[in-house]
Write a protein that binds this ligand. Structure first.
Ligand SMILES: Nc1ncnc2c1ncn2[C@@H]1O[C@H](COP(=O)(O)OP(=O)(O)OP(=O)(O)O)[C@@H](O)[C@H]1O
Ligand SMILES: [Mg+2]
Length: 399
């Protein structure tokens, strides 16, 4: 199924381009109209939302409804969903293929981006969210890895409709949470009802990180991060990084207000404030990167890394979870010399030396550093075990 040369649905797999926590993304071709697509394959067994009644039986109607809502979103800053279906034990989504990178990669490239660039990207995303929210679609997983940066530097939001496919048990039973912890809104952490303002909170977190290179809610364990989101206010970006203009800092803090009613009511209001600051109307710009893993935390039933994590919501003692918590271990990345970008399963997660909490199982690691040849390894991580990936980097010859 995930092998090259195979097909998923009618789509011919050409290459694997990425790996999220829930499934893989392939470059594929629609043989009928010869269109290149990004094909996302989600194993039925982790697609909790499709078994929303917890019975283990699949509820394809739910999958179709989510795909239909996402498929109706035609907007210049949203990755278009072309098709969705099921093939054996996989649900798949065929999307517009984006040649380029992610905003996570753009931030990681230099550690942060300029205020003008951050405002430009985030204003375009705020407009896209306004468009979706107006049509009743909340994204629920806004984070730099889901903001695709095209070659012309413009941005498109990916994965509309995906979060609920993999997290419906949260909404259905209140028993499980699925999400990306650092960007979650307080209402998501509490597993209460969310609306568009939850996405705007997450977008505020993205803007904070883009401007300062730091995540506002950082901690060693998942529980501590979630607690920080619920009960702390991070220092405003201009206090963390003096190069951040105060006006932008104010926009970030408004977007990230703990109470939804204190935030921007709509994406367009946030976009307007960012443009008042100076973000251009038609977005354009340059790529950078970084999606950070939760630092090692023992006993956290979580799977992180720019991906999803699953955990039993602390406040609810519901029926048995539809999805078992994923077992985790740790990967420690060391290179000589240090400072190499760490690509974990296709996504930049940080720079060496660096430790990440990962799902137990096989992983692909690559180190990249300017002036050196890339080095890679394919470690397997056992539950609760630590694996050190230590690689020397060979300098490229000049000329
Ligand atoms: N439409 C697309 N076109 C081209 N590449 C894509 C597209 N969507 C995703 N990708 C690539 O696949 C990678 C993995 O995407 P995926 O959505 O599975 O994971 P993620 O966004 O990092 O985490 P999550 O599992 O939380 O969504 C992305 O980082 C990106 O490089
Ligand atoms: Mg994604």
């Amino acid at each position: 199924m995930s092998e090259l040369g195979k097909t998923i649905g009618r789509y011919e797999i050409i290459a694997k381009v990425g790996q999220g926590a829930m499934g893989a993304v392939y470059r594929a071709q629609d043989p009928t109209i010869r269109r290149i697509v990004a094909l996302k394959a989600l194993p039925v067994e982790v697609t909790a939302g499709i078994e929303a009644d917890g019975s283990g039986r699949s509820n394809a109607g739910f999958f179709e409804r989510e795909a239909q809502a996402a498929g109706a979103l035609l907007h210049p800053n949203i990755v278009t969903l072309y098709d969705a279906g099921r093939d054996g034990n996989w649900y798949y989504l065929a999307m517009e293929f984006i040649e380029g990178g992610t905003f996570a990669a753009e931030i990681a490239r230099s550690g942060k981006v300029t205020p003008t660039r951050a405002a430009e990207v985030v204003a375009a995303v705020a407009d896209a969210l306004d468009f979706a929210h107006e049509r009743g679609v909340v994204h629920r997983d806004i984070k730099p890895a889901n903001l695709m940066i095209l070659k012309d530097q413009s941005v498109k939001v990916a994965d509309f409709g995906i979060a609920r496919l993999t997290s419906a048990s949260t909404t259905m039973t209140g028993d499980m949470m699925v999400g990306t912890p650092h960007y979650m809104s307080p209402e998501q952490v509490r597993a209460s009802k969310v609306d568009g303002r939850s996405d705007l909170f997450s977008l505020g977190v993205v803007l904070y990180e883009a401007l300062t290179g730091k995540k506002p809610f950082q901690a060693d364990t998942l529980a501590t991060i979630l607690n920080a989101i619920l009960s702390t206010s991070p220092p405003p970006p201009h206090e963390v990084d003096r190069s951040v203009p105060k006006e932008l800092s104010t926009i970030v803090m408004k977007a990230m207000a703990r109470k939804a009613e204190d935030r921007y009511p709509r994406g367009r209001d946030m976009a307007a404030d960012l443009r008042r600051y100076g973000a251009p109307k038609a977005q354009t710009a340059a790529g950078g990167s970084r999606s950070v893993a939760i630092a090692a935390g023992i006993g956290v039933a979580a799977l992180a890394l720019g991906g999803f994590f699953l955990l039993r919501h602390p406040a609810t003692a519901g029926p048995p979870a539809a999805v078992a918590p994923t077992e985790v271990g740790y990967l420690e990345f060391v290179s000589t010399p240090a400072g190499a970008e760490v690509f974990l399963d296709g996504n930049v997660v940080g720079r060496t030396p660096y430790t990440a909490e990962v799902a137990a199982g096989p992983h692909e690691v690559e180190f990249r550093k300017d002036g050196y040849y890339p080095a890679s390894q394919s470690p397997r991580v056992e539950p609760n075990k630590r694996v050190v990936v230590e690689l020397p980097l060979l300098a490229r010859k000049e000329g």
